[in-house]
Design a protein around this ligand. Sequence first.
Ligand code: NAD
Length: 320
Amino acid sequence: MKRILVTGALGQIGSELVPKLRDIYGDNNVIATDIKNEKQYWQTQSGPYESLDVSNGQALFNLSKKYQVDTIIHLAALLSATAEKKPLLAWNLNMGGLVNALETAKELKCQFFTPSSIGAFGPSTPKEKTPQVTIQRPTTMYGVSKVSGELLCDYYHLKFGVDTRGVRFPGLISYVAPPGGGTTDYAVEIFYEALLGMKYTCYIAKDTYMDMMYMPDALNAIIQLMEGDPDKLFHRNAYNVTAISVQPGDFEKAIKKFLPDFRLDYKIDPIRQAIAESWPNSIDPTVAKQEWGFSVSYDLDKLTQDMLERLQQKFRSNAS
Ligand code: NAD
């Protein structure tokens, strides 16, 4: 990776990935793009920003050519809960954007990364320690698009030699940008509400386990995989990665260590609960560890402490 174009750069992942990539590869070597026109924000971030709708394949190609990029990190997508409400839009954006980005990577001989998700699994997948290679019959449009995306990335690698790489992210927890309409968003909201009102009403049921990971570990995973030795990558699209398997009450306990008065109650959202129940309880990241050295630094207690400290700082600086 030397010159990188990022799509969907104003989302939860891109908002932290772009500054991190700029620290490593240089401000002008990371081109942030998104359909939103938030130039002012990015102007303060010292580095190029371009408005780009990934459903316009020609525009994606032209920008990649203009900046002579050698890597595309494709993040633009509709997430699980929103996708279930707008399935056709989700299919068109998630598959149309992906094929446009892959075509550009093929034409310009770029390295390519796009995230898949635990949503690529379904109710017939083994629920505990879900293996790297297993049954993938998701029952959500998000999942259907993610499995199709994994296959499409495999196809572009096998057929055209594109250096495609990807991970199956679990729910990502972060304090910089709000999450974009996923099923695991509660795991971010709970920290905001704990600090703002000492109380959170969770839309996911008490005993529902899902995998989660802290954003710094997710960013390191992207960079480590992209810098990994291609000869060792047998399962390119996409690797299981995770840090913790948790239910909402686990966050309650962890937050109470710092905020003893925090209270959690429940009001279940049937759509997001059904999605959560169709996903694994815990996935097995062994293959990612073996093939490119995946590891994490944050467990539940460490990420809870960091989230609470960072959000407090954010609230203080927003107030001043
Ligand atoms: P997000 O919803 O926060 O951000 C997506 C960004 O894409 C937004 O800034 C949006 O403006 C942009 N976008 C939407 N339509 C676009 C279009 N037509 N053209 C260009 N940009 C467009 O998503 P995220 O959480 O940053 O996720 C990025 C990727 O990671 C997605 O593929 C998602 O499925 C995957 N993923 C995320 C998580 C998570 O917990 N955040 C977990 C698993 C996988």
